[in-house]
Design a protein around this ligand. Structure first.
Ligand code: MSP
Length: 504
């Protein structure tokens, strides 16, 4: 098995501040990165900001500041988002950094030296909001298919010979299973490419906020070519002779939203082929969130700031909601009442209640000492790690969360069935101990699994079970690392309080 794993978020535009859509992509990548680390992989996790292009330049003009000043301020907000959401990224790249500029320019030169770039002129529609070119035939009522405004552009431009890559791309989709996920997106892309590809305009001359085209500084690079190169820049490209590059390129997974799948599964592999570079292994597109049934938008002013979510509901509660609420890949709706319902049903009443009941019985009835497990195997839940791994590999984060809930329900049913309080009342202290041991061991396993989604809360539970920090990876799920009877446990602290609406 290849133990190196390189995962990336899209890099976020700095025209605006982070909202929960951005937090969603980052948390999903973080769950994947943490899961892989817990499985023993050597993980590299990249996020960052996309700072060039007309959209950022225009927003800066509206704000009356220089583009770099806007980029500096908003990039910092995205960096703060990683702290706020407890994102475990190893690097944060900005496309205005020298390391990225030289990498993007080298990529360009490589594509050019290989004969895939020519000078021409572009006339057609462009959407600044989408940073995308559209055919006349794609427009719907004079707008981009996304609903964004378009403007007519006529200017000298370098072109990338994308039209020459259609067959190679189709072969890629055909031969590399899972290159595009989920399948519905794959089918969309296959039919798009089958429809025929046109050469792509990859430079602009009518504004200046971008990376100069090598050898022709009247042009700046098309922001998507610039942005996509970030995945290489952060590994030190063009220096390909370093452990960082050798260990982590090609990327294992580029996670993206459904709106940017075409850039990642058509343009990006074609650019890489043109530069003779290896291709990423997988691109997975998640769906979009609406807010209480409405599209999230600046004009409606309904975007939810991740900080507001975390402040009201708690960090791990917010991460749990984002991963558990919607089948990953589908669109989802953010409704406050659903956040509260999930916090109370999954976390407070199920996982939290299991932990609280078990640990307080041990504290009260066993002097805080973990009782003996009795003869033979204990009766703790059995965890199907290969099944859970399959779910994460398919990016079914919601199924993973649901499976954890199922384990907790199983343990709660066990406690109700065995009724350790009755055993105690009847004087069967040994029997009670065996049940409490099995429950504590089930909790240990559940908390180990929860670490990928809820790192802080899981750490609190594992601390309460006196598990050493270096014994919390998935390897320790094995029975040979089960809890050791006789260990002293501190009195429990509640981990998942019920969420109560404040009286108005
Ligand atoms: N800068 C480009 C990406 C370049 S990657 C080489 C970009 N940036 S973005 O800030 O507009 O979007 C970043 C990510 O946030 C995308 O994956 C997008 O799908 C995601 N989301 C933005 N709004 C969203 C929702 N309402 N819901 C879910 N995700 C959303 O695109």
């Amino acid at each position: 098995m290849d133990k190196n794993f390189y995962i990336t978020t899209p890099i976020y535009y700095v025209n605006d501040r982070p909202h929960i859509g951005h937090a969603y992509t980052s948390v999903a990548c973080d769950v994947m990165a943490r899961f892989k680390r817990l499985s023993g992989h050597n993980v590299r996790f990249l996020t960052g900001t996309d700072e060039h292009g007309q959209k950022v330049e225009k927003s800066a003009a509206v704000a009356g500041v220089a583009p770099l000043a806007l980029a500096d301020a908003n990039s910092q907000h995205f960096r703060d988002l990683t702290g706020l959401m407890n994102i475990s990224n190893d690097d944060f790249i900005r496309t205005t950094e020298p390391r990225h500029i030289s990498s993007a320019q080298t990529l360009w030169k490589k594509m050019q030296d290989n004969g895939h770039i020519y000078l021409g002129s572009y006339s057609g529609w462009y959407s600044v909001r989408d940073e995308a070119y559209y055919q006349e035939s794609e427009l719907v009522g004079g707008k981009a298919p996304t609903g964004a405004d378009v403007e007519w552009v006529e200017e000298p431009s370098y072109f990338f010979k994308l039209s020459a890559f259609g067959d190679k791309l189709l072969e890629l989709y055909e031969t590399t299973t899972g290159f595009i996920g989920p399948d519905t997106r794959r089918n969309e892309i296959v039919s798009f490419v089958k429809g025929g590809l046109r050469d792509l305009s990859i430079s602009r001359t009518t504004f200046s906020w971008g990376i100069p085209v090598p050898g022709d500084t009247k042009h700046i690079m098309y922001v998507w070519l610039d942005a996509l190169a970030n995945y290489l820049s952060a590994l030190g490209y063009p220096d390909t002779d370093t452990p960082l590059y050798k260990d982590f390129w090609p990327a294992s997974l580029h996670m993206v939203g459904k709106d940017i799948i075409r850039f990642h599964t058509v343009y990006w592999p074609a650019f890489l082929m043109a530069a003779d570079l290896p291709l990423p292994e997988k691109i997975f597109a998640h769906g979009w969130w609406t807010i209480e049934g409405e599209k999230m938008s600046k004009s409606l002013g309904n975007a939810i700031a991740p900080k507001a979510l975390v402040d009201e509901f708690g960090l791990d509660q917010s991460r749990w909601f984002l991963m558990r609420e919607v089948p990953f890949g589908n669109d989802g709706n953010f409704a406050r009442e659903r956040v509260i319902a999930l916090i109370n049903s999954d976390l407070a009443n199920n996982i939290g209640n299991l932990v609280q009941r078990t640990l307080s019985m041990i504290a009260k009835n066993c002097d805080g000492v973990l009782p003996s497990k009795g003869q033979g195997a204990d009766e703790s839940i059995s965890v199907d790690l290969p099944k859970l791994t399959g779910m994460i590999e398919e990016c079914h984060f919601d199924k993973y969360a649901t499976e954890i809930v199922r384990y907790a329900s199983e343990a709660n049913e066990y406690i109700d069935k065995k009724a350790p309080w009755t055993l105690k009342k009847n004087g069967d202290v040994k029997g009670m101990g065996i049940v409490l041991y099995a429950l504590a061991e089930s909790i240990r396993k559940i908390a180990i699994l929860c670490q990928a989604i809820m790192p802080d809360a899981s750490a609190k539970i594992l601390d309460q079970l006196a598990i050493a920090p270096e014994q919390r990876s998935f390897r320790y799920l094995n029975a040979e690392f089960a809890l050791i009877p006789g260990v002293h446990l501190e009195p429990p602290q509640p981990v998942f309080p019920r969420f109560l609406e404040k009286a108005a």
